[in-house]
Design a protein around this ligand. Structure first.
Ligand SMILES: [Zn+2]
Length: 88
């Protein structure tokens, strides 16, 4: 169960659901026959404005929000390229 902020250097402890952000992260290392195991992680209000949680080979990784936004922008650009008619 979630007991503290997933951002390791942060000392905040989990008290209220309305505070911060809760993440449901599918663990890819789980055996497929048992279905995807989902772990819950929590970021406190302060950390959730600066960082986010992404699935990682060793569990999760805490990454700065700007990095995540850039990654998302790239994938949006890629899908736009696919949508544009080629030579039509
Ligand atoms: Zn925190």
């Amino acid at each position: 169960m979630v007991s503290r902020c997933a951002n390791l250097p942060c000392p905040a402890t989990f008290r209220y659901l309305r505070e911060g952000r809760l993440f449901h992260v599918p663990m890819e290392s789980a055996p497929p026959e048992k279905g995807t195991r989902v772990e819950r992680f929590w970021l406190c209000g302060d950390c959730s404005t600066k960082v986010t949680i992404v699935p990682h080979s060793s569990g999760i990784a805490v990454v700065p929000l700007e990095k995540e936004a850039k990654h998302r922008k790239r994938s949006i650009n890629a899908s736009r390229r696919q949508d544009s008619p080629a030579g039509a």
